[in-house]
Design a protein around this ligand. Structure first.
Ligand code: FAD
Length: 427
């Protein structure tokens, strides 16, 4: 196999964005709008990341109005979905957006390594049908969710919670159809207690079924989100504890276990929950839903305390981010660190320093892998916030080229001026 130094050079770009999830798409579109020649690389054959391939159709979290999030939300919202998006429609809408915005992209092109030169990333190596190629760029954005590029480049990696290093469980999200709307329920979160006419309470039914082995022991709640289509629900229930994508074999172990969990959950719904006797799976995630893997250490590590007090930063690139500290229990069912409900954050800022990795130049962090603690990550990982982070990372890459400075030398005033010109509210 041809590898590394003797690989053919596959042209050169201003900005290469690795990973076409919500954050990578926002980063690529933003950099292109700022005049950059952009290449977006995606390992799978479909863009959208968790939003499409993960069947995560409930786009959550908030940021200050005016960011690219508003535009993407408007693009993806469809009249027949009262909440969330249609993951099938999103696949087409997002590739058309990339084409319209003149973002070059390659599908089925995994990044396999970082191309390093004197402590800076010079590009990436990708796997193509013609072998491994080197793709050169002036700046690289890591929007792989897993911080893969940053890890390959030698950045400091943080994994899991303090103490035991455990990460949030992975899940397979899926959509069911065939519910009888006249007799069934919507259960979004633990807070939605629902009592059936016969007096049975849904969450207590879930807990009892888990305790008695009719649901997996760690599936103590079967969250059902309305999709807007009659008789349909997005099911957020299956979960695999004690695994980590970064450990060889864990993805496969999870896939087997979670597909079996889906069968168990469906049996529980059909046999025990009113209105569900005729349900069937309409669509399931095409790939394991990984909530948490690597977090890359940057110039600042965002902490849960920053979120809980709604901290403002003088170098904010995302303003008024807001979502609860939503930690799915790493060791069992439901959420951890709750007093009944996930801890509520106050609208908070994400500083530019969280997107600037230590040690490696020319690299910008984006989306789920930015620099934050396990607990802070549980909030900013949601998709509306990931998109806003993407706009910031694309802007930082472009501004550093336009100002001819390193990522570590970026002047916040320049980044802020560009974000504000794009419509972002940072005050
Ligand atoms: C089970 C589950 C439920 C969730 N529920 C919600 C919810 O209800 N609401 C909400 O808003 N958020 C939810 N989230 C969180 C949210 O979906 C993710 O945190 C968010 O999508 C992160 O965006 P991202 O762009 O950083 O990463 P991702 O969406 O993970 O996208 C990363 C992209 O990079 C690609 N990639 C990875 N490695 C490589 C490589 N080496 N080369 C090329 N491409 C690569 C991937 O294929 C993917 O397309 C959930 C997540 C999970 C897993």
């Amino acid at each position: 196999m041809k590898y590394c130094k003797d690989v053919p050079l596959h042209s050169s770009w201003d900005v290469i964005v690795c990973g076409a999830g919500p954050s990578g798409i926002a980063a690529a579109v933003t950099a292109s709008r700022l005049g950059m020649k952009v290449m977006l690389l995606e390992r799978y054959g479909v863009v959208g990341g968790c939003l499409t391939l993960g069947n995560v159709t409930t786009v959550m979290g908030a940021v200050a109005p005016g960011s690219i999030r508003d535009e993407l939300a408007a693009l993806l919202s469809s009249p027949d979905t009262e909440t969330g998006i249609d993951s099938e429609a999103a696949k087409g809408l997002l590739v058309n957006l990339l084409a319209k915005e003149k973002v070059e992209f390659r599908l089925q092109t995994p990044v396999v390594d970082a191309w390093m030169e004197e402590g800076a990333i010079r590009g990436v190596y990708v796997l193509t049908q013609n072998g491994i190629m080197g793709m050169e760029a002036r700046r690289v954005v890591d929007a792989t969710g897993d911080g893969y590029v940053a890890a390959m480049a030698g950045c400091d990696v943080m994994v899991g919670r303090d103490g035991d290093g455990l990460v949030q469980p992975s899940s397979l999200m899926y959509t069911i159809e065939g519910m009888d709307e006249n007799s069934t329920l919507v259960c979004r979160h633990e807070e939605d207690y629902t009592t059936f006419p016969d007096g049975r309470e849904y969450l207590a039914m879930c807990e009892k079924a888990a305790a008695e082995g009719r649901l997996p022991a760690n599936v103590t709640i079967v969250r059902l989100y309305r999709t807007g289509r009659k008789g349909e629900r997005l099911v957020n229930a299956t979960q695999m504890n004690g695994v980590n994508l970064l450990t060889d074999g864990d993805a496969e172990k999870s896939e087997i276990d979670l597909r079996n969990q889906m069968e168990m959950v469906n049996r529980f719904l059909r046999e025990e929950v009113p209105g569900c006797s005729n349900i069937r799976v309409r669509v399931s995630a095409s790939t394991l839903g990984v909530r948490e893997s690597r977090r890359i250490r940057g110039r600042y590590v965002l902490e849960a305390e920053d979120l809980l007090c709604g901290r403002r930063f003088e170098d904010a690139v995302v303003h008024r981010a807001n979502f609860s500290i939503d930690i799915h229990n790493p060791t069992g069912g439901g959420q951890s660190e709750t007093d009944g409900l996930p801890h509520q954050a106050q609208p908070y800022d994400i500083p530019m320093r969280c997107l600037q990795p230590l040690k490696v130049e020319n690299l910008v962090l984006s989306g789920r892998c930015i620099s934050g603690s396990h607990r802070a990550h549980a909030s900013y990982r949601v998709m509306n916030i990931a998109m806003a982070i993407g706009q910031a990372s694309g802007t930082m890459a472009a501004v550093s080229i336009l100002k001819n400075c390193r990522i570590s030398e970026l002047q916040y005033a320049d980044v802020r001026a560009s974000l504000e010109k794009q419509g972002c509210n940072l005050t």
